[in-house]
Design a binder for this molecule. Structure first.
Ligand SMILES: O=c1ccn([C@@H]2O[C@H](COP(=O)(O)O)[C@@H](O)[C@H]2O)c(=O)[nH]1
Length: 236
C-alpha cells in the first residue's frame, strides 16, 4: 500500500468530476506525489475512481473525515481498508470511543492496512470560528488536546496546520504523523484557509506530508506549479 520512496506531497484532487481529475493524474508521477480524494470527487465518482488511481500506482488518501457513532465510523474505515487506500481519516472530535472503535476495526486487517489519521481543527478555522462553536481554546491548544486524544487511542497521526507542527512533534513524538493542508507558496491565494504556511516552512516545522490543492489544481500550468514546489522543498 505504501510506496518505498515516501513522497511528501499529497495533491488534493478537488475537481467536480473524474475527467479533469484523471487528466491531471495521468500527467503526475506516483513516485513524486500521492493523491487525495475528498468528499466532492468521491460523492460523484466513488470507489471505482479510487481504484483507477491505485491501478495507476498512486497511493490514495481517502479524505472523507468520518464523524459518526463508533459502529458507523468503524465500519466506514473498514470499507476504506477493503478499498486498499493508503490513508483514511476521522474527526478527532468524534471522541475517544469512536477513535478506539476505528483503531480496533482496522487492526483486524493485519499488516497491510491504511494509516488512520484524526482531523483536529480544520485549517480554515481560527480562534473566532472555534468560539462560534463554543470552544474557547486557541486553535493551537485545541489541536494539542485532540492530538493527545488521538495518540492515546492508537491513531497514526493527525491532520493539523503546519503552524502547530513544531509543538506537536515535541508533544506527541517524532513517529506521530502530521498531515498538513493549508499549504501556500508565497505567491498563492490564501482562499478560505486561515492557518497557512509555505511548503518549505511546513517541512522545516515538522510536517510529514503536505496536502496541496488549489495552488496546483487551479494553476495555469499545474505541473509547473508542482515542480516549483518540489524545487522549493528540495532546496531545504
Ligand atoms: O483541516 C483541513 C482538512 C482538510 N483539508 C483539505 O485539504 C485540501 C486543501 O486544499 P487547498 O486547495 O490547498 O486549500 C482540501 O481538499 C481540503 O478539503 C483542509 O484544507 N484542511
Amino acid at each position: 500500500m505504501q510506496t518505498s520512496n515516501d513522497p511528501k506531497i499529497i495533491v488534493a484532487l478537488d475537481f467536480p468530476s473524474s475527467v479533469p481529475a484523471l487528466n491531471l493524474a495521468d500527467r503526475l508521477d506516483p513516485a513524486k506525489c500521492r493523491l487525495k480524494v475528498g468528499k466532492e470527487l468521491f460523492t460523484r465518482s466513488g470507489p471505482q475512481f479510487v481504484e483507477g488511481l491505485q491501478k495507476r500506482s498512486f497511493d490514495v488518501f481517502l479524505d472523507l473525515k468520518f464523524h459518526d457513532i463508533p459502529n458507523t465510523a468503524s465500519s466506514a474505515v473498514a470499507a476504506a481498508a477493503d478499498l486498499g487506500v493508503w490513508m483514511v481519516n476521522v474527526h478527532a472530535s468524534g471522541g475517544e470511543k469512536m477513535m478506539l472503535a476505528c483503531r480496533e476495526r482496522l487492526d483486524t486487517f493485519g499488516g497491510d492496512k491504511p494509516l488512520l489519521i484524526a482531523v483536529t481543527v480544520l485549517t480554515s478555522m481560527g480562534a473566532e470560528d472555534l468560539a462560534g462553536i463554543g470552544i474557547t481554546n486557541s486553535p493551537e491548544t485545541q489541536v494539542s488536546r485532540l492530538a493527545t486524544l488521538a495518540r492515546n487511542c492508537g491513531l497514526d497521526g493527525v491532520v493539523c496546520s503546519a503552524q502547530e507542527a513544531r509543538k506537536l512533534k515535541t508533544e506527541q513524538g517524532i513517529d506521530f504523523k502530521l498531515i498538513t493542508p493549508g499549504i501556500r507558496p508565497l505567491t498563492a491565494d490564501k482562499g478560505d484557509q486561515q492557518r497557512i504556511m509555505t511548503p518549505s516552512e511546513a517541512l522545516r516545522a515538522g510536517s510529514d506530508y503536505l496536502v496541496i490543492g488549489r495552488p496546483i489544481t487551479q494553476a495555469a500550468d499545474p505541473l509547473a506549479a508542482l515542480e516549483a514546489i518540489h524545487a522549493e522543498v528540495l532546496g531545504l
